[in-house]
Design a binder for this molecule. Structure first.
Ligand SMILES: [Zn+2]
Length: 110
């Protein structure tokens, strides 16, 4: 069972619509966080760009059920002190560094 997270860039204060709605990735218990990265679309390209967007207070983070999540709570799912046990290495276009608690996934998924 996994939960997807999304970042709304600069949501409008009246209607909540943002400049972009970016898929951050998904979290599953026992798995490394699947972080969506891409060189060629609007997604951040790496963990550093995601950190900047996630902690930018003009942006809003929600899960797939529309619940808001704070930057710190989301970051705790991505950058855990103990790396996840299961990795997404069976997939094409995934970078899974065993020292890290997240895998970089360079294609769209849900
Ligand atoms: Zn509006």
């Amino acid at each position: 069972m996994s939960t997807n997270y999304y970042l709304i860039k600069n949501p409008c204060p009246c209607c909540g619509k943002g400049e972009a709605n970016l898929h951050i990735g998904s979290s599953s218990s026992g798995w490394a966080f699947a972080l969506r990265v891409n060189e060629f679309d609007k997604s951040p390209k790496n963990i550093h760009e995601w950190h900047t967007e996630i902690f930018n207070e003009n942006n809003k983070i929600i899960d797939e059920y529309d619940n808001a999540i704070t930057p710190n709570n989301l970051w705790a799912l991505i950058d855990k002190p103990n790396p996840g046990t299961l990795r997404h290495i069976e997939h094409y276009q995934v970078t899974a560094d065993p020292k890290l608690s997240y895998d970089l996934v360079s294609y769209e998924f849900s």
